[in-house]
Design a protein around this ligand. Sequence first.
Ligand code: ADP
Ligand code: MG
Length: 593
Amino acid sequence: MSDIIHLLPDSVANQIAAGEVIQRPASCLKELVENSLDAGASHIRVIVRDAGRTLLQVVDDGKGMSPTDARMAFERHATSKISQASDLFQLRTMGFRGEALASICAVAHVEVQTRRVEDEVGTRIEIAGSEVLSQEIVQCPVGTNMRVKNLFYNVPARRKFLKTNQTELRNLITEYQRIVLVNPQVQFTFVSDDEIIYDLTPSTLKQRIEAVFGHSTKPFTSHLVDIATETELVRISGFIGKPETTGKNSQQYMFVNGRYMRHPYFHKALMTAYSGMLLPDHTPSYFLYFDIQPDAIDVNIHPTKTEIKFADEQAIFQILLAAIRESLGKFNVAPSLDFTTESQLDFPHRSVATSTIAAPHIQVDPTYNPFKSQTARQTVSGWEQLYQQPIPTQPKTIEQLFEEPKITEHTPLLQLDNRYILALTANGIMMIHQHRAHTCVLYKVLREQLGNHQATTQPLLFPEIVELTQDDLSTLEQLLPELSSVGFGVEQFSPAAYSITAVPALLGQKNAADAILQVIHKVQDTEHSAKEQWQEMIALSLAEQMAIPQGKALTEIEMRDLVERLQQTSLRYLPNGKAISTLLSHDEIQKRF
Ligand code: ADP
Ligand code: MG
């Protein structure tokens, strides 16, 4: 028998890799703009047509490429940014994998013009489906002009998975905002179908935030107060929203070393600092910029992932918590101050007074190794003092803060307004949001079921037919395995409809078709289509639908059961960041008298 294993041709391998890196126009935009930033551009123009489907062009005035480099740039693993593994720990560029251009040119028509300042003439290359169609000399300005046309022209399945132009444009803008909010010194222009969406001039960070989120009639940054702290481990700067202004327009952003990140644990630090100050369901705005030694974070970040691992998360959690408390404390002690003018916002910072993160001045201790197994307290010097400074609202130790009040079978429980369970604990009154508590318990159960397929299912006597749009159909097809693991029986009924033959037992009498549609739309609303995130969204969406509502009277036995199961999850926040429970401490009660 002859051998059957062979290496895939590059064009095929690149197309497969492209599926990972380039999921939609927004991921393509991110890669191209990051390349322009890495090339030191001071003005970056983005031009899109049909939300990037037919054209996605990025023009920069960066350092450009030589003719050979321009050709090399489209090879897989071709990068100028690292050359050995150890460079990964000193990373200061956005890119380093050398995958993006190879991926893009595997699934689109790409045309690049580029020139370095030292060259008289530039280079123009045309590539489609990883194949170089032409390379020639051209007259062009210094910098790089990348035109990506007909994205996914040769991958119909991907094309089909794209959402409406409106949704894809929103995805483009979301991705774009994450970049412009961290590079205020760079000029950015964004044009979509000949309409100027953004024209952002170089500015301070605060002006940039205003330019992105403010309206002429409704200033945005007047609601923000500064935060700034610097320790040997990390420097954190930026702005946080005043507690009473956490309405619909609130925005949450975290960045590390110039890169956008999502960090539920740090988000929790923030919510902890605000606890007791916010209206229910409200999240404050924040723009937090972390600067840290590159070797103290996990650099091997997947291009489509926004979660970032820190070596010393717990210590940073405490530093962040203290810094936010301090800013809020300043705010609290002087509630009558008018914060709307720039000068009053300029609190004297203990360490760094800055509103941009352009040039980080981190004191580097060359012998310092954050991965060494030291305790958080030893690793970080400085933050203890910081914490011990008198913070008006918080005379507690960190240990006390994180001690969960124990609720035992003897703890008195009361239901307030048919909405909240109040537990009279030794540390104060624990207030529990009943719907979220139940959502949390069910969420945990569903997450487990998604992992091991052990749901109890309940066949429907009369199958329900659900009609779907093209968008919804393609999402549903991708979700079928997950839906079956949590107990749904779903079968294709006609080209545009599915029939639901069974539902998870936990769903009870709820409408099955509605439940599935809600899941589909929740998944569509998530920015990336990574499996883990789907699972999170599916579990959360179903749990929310199955959970007892606010307004339902509970018996004492029901309350005890819920509280006990909630304690087993040891969660205080839902994956969407919403608080499940909050403690009204003895101190806080005392203060009211
Ligand atoms: P990476 O950014 O991970 O190195 P890419 O595939 O995105 O990989 O780019 C490959 C290489 O092409 C980069 O390392 C860089 O040298 C060059 N390059 C890409 N875009 C630009 C640009 N806009 N200006 C100058 N050089 C660029
Ligand atoms: Mg890159």
